[in-house]
Design a protein around this ligand. Sequence first.
Ligand code: ADP
Length: 187
Amino acid sequence: MHQQGVTLWFTGLSGAGKTTLCQAVAEVLRSQGYQLEVLDGDTVRQNLCKDLGFSKADRDENIRRIGWLSQLLTRNGTIVLVSAISPYREIRNEVRQSIGQFIEIYVNTPLEVCESRDVKGLYQKARAGILKGFTGIDDPYEPPLNPDVECQTHLESISHCVVKILNKLNDFLPLQSPIPHNARIGN
Ligand code: ADP
Protein backbone atom coordinates (compact mmCIF):
# COMPACT_ATOMS: atom_id res chain seq x y z
CA MET A 1 0.00 0.00 0.00
CA HIS A 2 1.36 3.40 -0.95
CA GLN A 3 1.19 5.80 1.96
CA GLN A 4 -0.12 9.27 1.15
CA GLY A 5 2.05 12.12 2.39
CA VAL A 6 1.06 15.14 4.43
CA THR A 7 2.86 17.92 6.29
CA LEU A 8 1.90 18.77 9.86
CA TRP A 9 3.22 22.25 10.51
CA PHE A 10 3.54 23.32 14.15
CA THR A 11 3.81 27.09 14.61
CA GLY A 12 3.95 29.14 17.81
CA LEU A 13 6.22 31.02 20.18
CA SER A 14 9.41 29.57 21.58
CA GLY A 15 8.45 27.34 24.49
CA ALA A 16 4.84 27.03 23.30
CA GLY A 17 5.12 23.23 23.07
CA LYS A 18 5.75 22.62 19.35
CA THR A 19 8.62 20.17 19.81
CA THR A 20 6.88 18.36 22.66
CA LEU A 21 3.69 17.85 20.64
CA CYS A 22 5.58 17.03 17.47
CA GLN A 23 7.53 14.29 19.25
CA ALA A 24 4.41 12.91 20.93
CA VAL A 25 2.51 12.71 17.62
CA ALA A 26 5.57 11.19 15.92
CA GLU A 27 5.77 8.54 18.65
CA VAL A 28 2.16 7.44 18.07
CA LEU A 29 2.57 7.37 14.29
CA ARG A 30 5.88 5.51 14.48
CA SER A 31 4.32 2.88 16.72
CA GLN A 32 1.70 2.38 14.00
CA GLY A 33 4.42 1.85 11.38
CA TYR A 34 4.03 5.08 9.40
CA GLN A 35 6.92 6.51 7.42
CA LEU A 36 7.65 9.95 8.82
CA GLU A 37 10.26 12.64 9.13
CA VAL A 38 10.58 15.28 11.85
CA LEU A 39 12.06 18.64 10.83
CA ASP A 40 12.84 20.58 13.99
CA GLY A 41 13.54 24.28 13.53
CA ASP A 42 16.56 24.25 15.84
CA THR A 43 18.14 21.25 14.10
CA VAL A 44 17.48 22.66 10.64
CA ARG A 45 19.22 25.89 11.63
CA GLN A 46 22.34 23.86 12.51
CA ASN A 47 22.36 22.21 9.08
CA LEU A 48 20.34 23.25 6.04
CA CYS A 49 19.97 26.85 7.28
CA LYS A 50 23.30 27.32 9.05
CA ASP A 51 23.97 30.46 7.01
CA LEU A 52 20.77 32.23 8.08
CA GLY A 53 20.12 34.70 10.89
CA PHE A 54 16.94 36.13 12.35
CA SER A 55 16.09 39.10 10.12
CA LYS A 56 12.68 38.91 8.45
CA ALA A 57 14.33 37.98 5.15
CA ASP A 58 16.36 35.20 6.77
CA ARG A 59 13.42 33.90 8.78
CA ASP A 60 11.37 33.76 5.57
CA GLU A 61 14.20 31.98 3.74
CA ASN A 62 14.47 29.50 6.62
CA ILE A 63 10.78 28.66 6.27
CA ARG A 64 10.97 28.55 2.48
CA ARG A 65 13.75 25.92 2.65
CA ILE A 66 11.94 23.83 5.26
CA GLY A 67 8.80 24.16 3.14
CA TRP A 68 10.60 23.02 0.00
CA LEU A 69 12.02 19.97 1.74
CA SER A 70 8.62 19.18 3.24
CA GLN A 71 7.06 19.45 -0.20
CA LEU A 72 9.48 16.87 -1.65
CA LEU A 73 8.97 14.48 1.25
CA THR A 74 5.20 14.92 1.25
CA ARG A 75 4.89 14.18 -2.44
CA ASN A 76 6.93 11.02 -1.87
CA GLY A 77 4.47 9.70 0.68
CA THR A 78 6.11 10.77 3.92
CA ILE A 79 4.30 12.27 6.91
CA VAL A 80 6.39 15.35 7.68
CA LEU A 81 6.23 16.95 11.11
CA VAL A 82 7.68 20.45 11.15
CA SER A 83 8.30 22.31 14.37
CA ALA A 84 9.35 25.89 13.70
CA ILE A 85 8.30 29.23 15.20
CA SER A 86 7.52 30.41 11.63
CA PRO A 87 6.38 33.83 12.83
CA TYR A 88 5.22 35.30 9.50
CA ARG A 89 1.79 34.51 8.13
CA GLU A 90 2.50 35.20 4.49
CA ILE A 91 5.35 32.72 4.16
CA ARG A 92 3.38 30.07 6.10
CA ASN A 93 0.56 30.51 3.60
CA GLU A 94 3.02 30.34 0.69
CA VAL A 95 4.36 27.04 2.01
CA ARG A 96 0.81 25.73 2.54
CA GLN A 97 -0.01 26.50 -1.10
CA SER A 98 3.10 24.78 -2.43
CA ILE A 99 2.66 21.63 -0.34
CA GLY A 100 -1.10 21.22 -0.71
CA GLN A 101 -1.47 18.35 1.76
CA PHE A 102 -0.87 20.62 4.74
CA ILE A 103 -2.16 20.82 8.31
CA GLU A 104 -1.41 24.02 10.18
CA ILE A 105 -1.24 23.48 13.94
CA TYR A 106 -1.21 26.65 15.98
CA VAL A 107 0.41 25.94 19.34
CA ASN A 108 -1.23 28.86 21.05
CA THR A 109 0.38 29.38 24.42
CA PRO A 110 0.39 32.88 25.94
CA LEU A 111 3.71 34.67 26.05
CA GLU A 112 3.62 34.82 29.87
CA VAL A 113 3.35 31.03 30.03
CA CYS A 114 6.13 30.47 27.47
CA GLU A 115 8.25 32.93 29.37
CA SER A 116 7.61 31.28 32.71
CA ARG A 117 8.56 27.89 31.20
CA ASP A 118 11.67 29.43 29.61
CA VAL A 119 12.75 25.95 28.48
CA LYS A 120 16.01 27.15 26.95
CA GLY A 121 16.61 30.26 29.07
CA LEU A 122 16.18 32.42 25.98
CA TYR A 123 13.43 34.69 27.31
CA GLN A 124 15.64 35.71 30.19
CA LYS A 125 18.40 36.60 27.74
CA ALA A 126 15.95 38.49 25.50
CA ARG A 127 14.57 40.49 28.46
CA ALA A 128 18.11 41.28 29.52
CA GLY A 129 18.82 42.58 26.02
CA ILE A 130 21.53 39.95 25.44
CA LEU A 131 19.46 38.39 22.67
CA LYS A 132 18.01 40.83 20.14
CA GLY A 133 15.07 40.26 17.84
CA PHE A 134 13.50 37.48 19.88
CA THR A 135 10.01 36.47 18.73
CA GLY A 136 7.33 37.70 21.12
CA ILE A 137 9.66 40.13 22.89
CA ASP A 138 11.11 42.48 20.29
CA ASP A 139 10.20 40.65 17.10
CA PRO A 140 6.68 39.94 15.81
CA TYR A 141 4.63 36.74 15.84
CA GLU A 142 1.67 36.74 13.48
CA PRO A 143 -0.82 34.11 14.68
CA PRO A 144 -2.61 31.96 12.10
CA LEU A 145 -6.06 33.34 11.26
CA ASN A 146 -7.59 30.00 10.43
CA PRO A 147 -5.45 27.13 11.74
CA ASP A 148 -6.55 23.54 11.12
CA VAL A 149 -5.86 22.70 14.75
CA GLU A 150 -5.31 25.00 17.72
CA CYS A 151 -3.70 23.71 20.91
CA GLN A 152 -3.80 25.79 24.07
CA THR A 153 -1.14 24.02 26.03
CA HIS A 154 -1.74 26.07 29.18
CA LEU A 155 -5.30 24.67 29.28
CA GLU A 156 -5.06 21.31 27.48
CA SER A 157 -2.89 18.33 28.37
CA ILE A 158 -0.32 16.98 25.93
CA SER A 159 -2.42 13.86 25.31
CA HIS A 160 -5.53 15.95 24.63
CA CYS A 161 -3.59 18.04 22.09
CA VAL A 162 -2.21 14.88 20.46
CA VAL A 163 -5.70 13.41 20.04
CA LYS A 164 -6.92 16.63 18.41
CA ILE A 165 -4.01 16.56 15.98
CA LEU A 166 -4.48 12.86 15.15
CA ASN A 167 -8.18 13.46 14.56
CA LYS A 168 -7.37 16.13 12.00
CA LEU A 169 -4.69 13.93 10.42
CA ASN A 170 -7.32 11.24 10.08
CA ASP A 171 -9.27 13.53 7.70
CA PHE A 172 -6.28 13.64 5.37
CA LEU A 173 -4.92 10.16 5.77
CA PRO A 174 -7.20 7.53 7.25
CA LEU A 175 -5.16 6.04 10.10
CA GLN A 176 -5.00 2.28 10.33
CA SER A 177 -5.30 2.00 14.10
CA PRO A 178 -7.81 3.80 16.27
CA ILE A 179 -6.64 7.01 17.84
CA PRO A 180 -5.60 6.42 21.45
CA HIS A 181 -7.98 8.43 23.58
CA ASN A 182 -6.28 8.26 26.92
CA ALA A 183 -2.87 8.23 25.30
CA ARG A 184 0.07 6.77 27.12
CA ILE A 185 1.83 9.92 26.14
CA GLY A 186 3.11 12.67 28.43
CA ASN A 187 0.65 14.17 30.90
P1 ADP B 1 8.83 24.79 21.54
O1 ADP B 1 9.27 23.65 20.70
O2 ADP B 1 7.52 25.39 21.09
O3 ADP B 1 9.88 25.82 21.73
P2 ADP B 1 9.00 22.91 23.73
O4 ADP B 1 8.16 21.76 23.28
O5 ADP B 1 10.49 22.80 23.58
O6 ADP B 1 8.46 24.25 22.99
O7 ADP B 1 8.68 23.25 25.26
C1 ADP B 1 7.38 23.32 25.78
C2 ADP B 1 7.36 23.00 27.27
O8 ADP B 1 6.01 23.08 27.73
C3 ADP B 1 7.86 21.59 27.60
O9 ADP B 1 8.63 21.64 28.77
C4 ADP B 1 6.54 20.82 27.83
O10 ADP B 1 6.68 19.72 28.69
C5 ADP B 1 5.65 21.90 28.43
N1 ADP B 1 4.20 21.65 28.31
C6 ADP B 1 3.30 21.70 29.32
N2 ADP B 1 2.06 21.40 28.91
C7 ADP B 1 2.15 21.16 27.59
C8 ADP B 1 1.20 20.78 26.59
N3 ADP B 1 -0.10 20.60 26.86
N4 ADP B 1 1.64 20.62 25.32
C9 ADP B 1 2.94 20.80 25.02
N5 ADP B 1 3.90 21.16 25.92
C10 ADP B 1 3.51 21.32 27.18
